[in-house]
Design a protein around this ligand. Structure first.
Ligand code: NDP
Length: 246
């Protein structure tokens, strides 16, 4: 995505992968590699937040950074995951009640921005211990044990269940009861059909995977990397070609 956009827009840049073994070495690795910017993915977004000298207001609220740029010898951190996700669900604006499955970094970012954008958001997670962040922010939360059947318009899977296995994000009975009344089911995993989305499709629900979130978080990261020199539509158009090629 980024390399296609660099090329299309005539910007001298190169985007590559680097496997960071130890998240606590993020800053020194970034500087040693001579980078000007980076995206950070699972499981280092919280370490990335800590590594930054400055973060924007939203990243500060959610404690996770997925985009870093170097400016005046300082690392600036942003979170473009949630704004990318919001952009990707514009078509579902009429639905308001959302249940988020999962309580990791993505769930934190999405829940805060979705609520700020006018959605009613509740959270369910496998481990009770991960729910404290959400409770402190007055979100209604459930563990699998405390969940009570209820109607939600949109169900969003932010867990990694189904990424490298064939698991559903919650026990079958909970997932099917959620699907029964939902209009839209979204999985932020991309590049494969998860068991959650497969089940939702079988139930004839509107479904969406994480490809558009990936695209739009990338567009927003690119704007930071290139300091807003290009317009959003141009970047989006160039990046979309990556999905056709792959
Ligand atoms: P985290 O590791 O921070 O959180 C993972 C969450 O998944 C936790 O709540 C964990 O629950 C839950 N979980 C993991 N396995 C299972 C399982 N088998 N059953 C039920 N719950 C499970 O990850 P992130 O929030 O950073 O990322 C989550 C997913 O989102 C990843 O698959 C990633 O690929 C995808 N993603 C997609 C993006 C996109 O652009 N489309 C952007 C960012 C992420 P517990 O607390 O119990 O361990």
């Amino acid at each position: 995505m980024h390399n296609l956009a660099f090329k299309a827009l005539g910007y001298s840049g190169c985007y590559n992968r680097y496997l960071l073994e130890d998240g606590s070495k993020l800053k020194e690795s970034f500087l040693a590699l001579g980078l000007k910017g980076a995206n950070i993915t699972v499981p280092h977004k919280e370490e990335a937040f800590k590594a930054c000298d400055e973060v924007d207001d939203f990243a500060l609220k959610v404690g996770a950074v997925n985009t870093i740029i170097l400016k005046n010898n300082k690392l600036y951190g942003y979170n473009t995951d949630a704004s990318g996700f919001l952009e990707s669900i514009k078509e579902f604006r009429e639905f308001k009640k959302i249940l988020i499955l999962g309580a990791g970094g993505s769930a934190k970012a999405l829940s805060v921005l979705l609520r700020e954008s006018g959605y009613e958001v509740e959270i369910i997670n496998r481990s009770e211990s991960k729910l404290s962040y959400f409770k402190d922010l007055n979100f209604k939360t459930y563990s699998f044990e405390t969940f009570e059947a209820k109607k939600f318009d949109i169900i969003i899977n932010t867990t990694s269940a189904g990424l490298q296995d064939n698991a559903l994000p919650a026990p079958f009975e909970i997932v099917t009861s959620l699907l029964k009344d939902a209009f839209v089911c979204i999985d932020i995993i991309y590049g494969k059909e998860t068991p959650f989305l497969r089940l939702a499709k079988e139930q004839k629900k509107i479904t969406k995977d994480g490809s558009d979130m990936l695209l739009y978080q990338g567009v927003k990261a690119f704007e930071h990397f290139t300091q807003y020199q290009f317009n959003n539509e141009e970047i989006t158009k160039a990046m979309k070609k990556a999905f056709i090629i792959s």
